[in-house]
Design a protein around this ligand. Structure first.
Ligand code: COS
Length: 383
């Protein structure tokens, strides 16, 4: 057993950390205020290879696998969540859907421009009545000759308003649903019948947008069925396994940052004539954050490593998603507590971190759904 990351991932970590400190941190307040990431920053992220990092080199990717993606997202966790929220659904959900479910031709056609960041992608699964119950889709796809006609709508789709490529999950056989009745389609923005609906107003994650997508008799060539008809649900679940690992990595990075900010504050804030770090009550809060970050990091790297071996990681992905999202929420709460009044003020980034952490327990499958996935696996395996 070797706990050291491969050298190329240590180099990656250093490069991302420098980029976060030099380019992202200085504009994170501006992104929050203007609710927009400057386009040149997206371009720089693309030039650094972020949009294709885990994918095989033959498709234009960086070949660094899920472990590489975990390192990238962990480092991005130290700054505004907006940046990773543009990146992660593109890579982990849309890109992985194509990698896991697509034909060789589709991978060769769609992954290179996505890896280069020339085309931004989104993952369109959620609907008003298909949230946790992801198979309960109402969006229908019906075959007519050499094309499919898709009718329905999706909600809360991250990058939906800017995506060039949309992975749409639709019902092709209502009788079969999760077991053969759901098909994924690669939809391009200019396909007739596609339009973006309302862009949402959210509690946090300013700078990253979610939107409603509407399909009115949208025409999709049959060759744009992602892989095989009826395999959509399995593809979505496999991609979500990666999304959950990536989310966990970001949560670990956020926790680490909150810990470091809290240590610095506790060492310098003087009350009753001495730094508050000398109080055991404060020390124990720091310790709880540090234990959590260490455990979360190891679990997440393990899950990513296992995914890179091509093994099924549904249980581990659900575990790290649950553990690390709850960790980041607790860390945000503790960090605000340690900082006291200043932690509650808008001019300090903690209140943003507090709001941004909340979604981690909800999206990519609520923590209740993660526990259901783990429980089913436990009961099936008997251990
Ligand atoms: N990899 C491969 N196959 C998978 C899989 C995975 N990760 N997850 C499920 N499957 C397979 C199952 O094995 C099952 O096939 P078999 O019966 O042949 O074994 C099939 O898919 C259906 O799975 P299941 O019975 O678990 O379907 P359910 O309808 O009960 O749904 C949950 C399962 C609840 C786990 C799923 O709906 C879910 O993840 N919901 C949350 C959705 C979500 O994360 N939304 C976020 C939106 S994107 S931000």
């Amino acid at each position: 057993m070797d706990f050291n990351l491969p050298q190329e991932l240590e180099i990656l970590r250093k490069m991302v950390r420098d980029f976060v400190n030099d380019r992202l941190q200085p504009i994170s307040e501006k992104v929050e205020e203007e609710d927009e990431i400057p386009p040149e920053i997206i371009r720089e992220m693309a030039e650094l290879g972020f949009f294709g990092l885990p994918f095989p080199e033959e498709y234009g990717g960086g070949g660094m696998g899920e472990l590489g993606m975990a390192v990238l997202l962990e480092e991005l966790g130290a700054t505004s969540a907006a940046f990773s929220n543009v990146l992660a659904p593109h890579v982990e959900l849309a890109g992985m859907s194509i990698l896991f479910g697509g034909t060789e031709e589709q991978k060769k056609k769609y992954l290179p421009p996505m890896c280069a960041g020339e085309k931004i992608a989104c993952f369109a699964l959620t609907e008003p009545n298909a949230g946790s119950d992801a198979a309960n889709l109402a969006t229908r796809a019906e075959r007519r000759g050499d094309r499919y006609i898709i009718n329905g709508s999706k909600i809360w789709i991250t990058n939906g308003n800017i995506a060039d490529i949309i992975i749409v999950y639709a019902l092709t056989d209502p009788a079969l649903r999760a077991r053969g009745g759901i098909t994924a389609f690669i939809v391009e923005r200019d396909f007739p019948g596609f339009k973006v609906g309302k862009v949402d107003r959210k509690m946090g994650l300013r700078g990253s947008h979610t939107a409603e997508l509407i399909f009115e008799n949208m025409e999709v060539p049959a060759e744009n069925v992602l892989g095989e008809v009826g395999m959509g649900f399995i593809t979505a679940m496999k991609a979500l396994d990666m999304g959950r690992i990536g989310l966990a990595a970001g949560a670990v990075g956020a926790t680490q940052k909150l810990l470091e900010m809290s240590i610095q504050w506790a060492n310098t804030r003087v009350q009753f004539g001495r730094p508050i770090a000398e109080n055991q009550a404060i020390q124990w809060m720091l310790v709880d954050m540090a234990i959590g970050a260490h455990a979360g990091r190891l679990m997440t790297y393990h899950a990513a490593w296992k995914a890179d071996q091509g093994l099924r990681v549904s249980r581990e992905a659900a575990m790290v998603k649950t553990f690390c999202s709850e960790l980041a929420n607790r860390a945000a709460d503790l960090a605000v507590q340690i900082h006291g009044g200043i932690g509650y003020m808008k001019e300090y980034p903690l209140e943003r971190a507090y709001r941004d952490a909340r979604i981690l327990k909800i999206y990519e499958g609520t923590n209740e759904i993660q526990r259901l996935v783990i429980a089913r696996d436990l009961l099936k395996a008997g251990k």
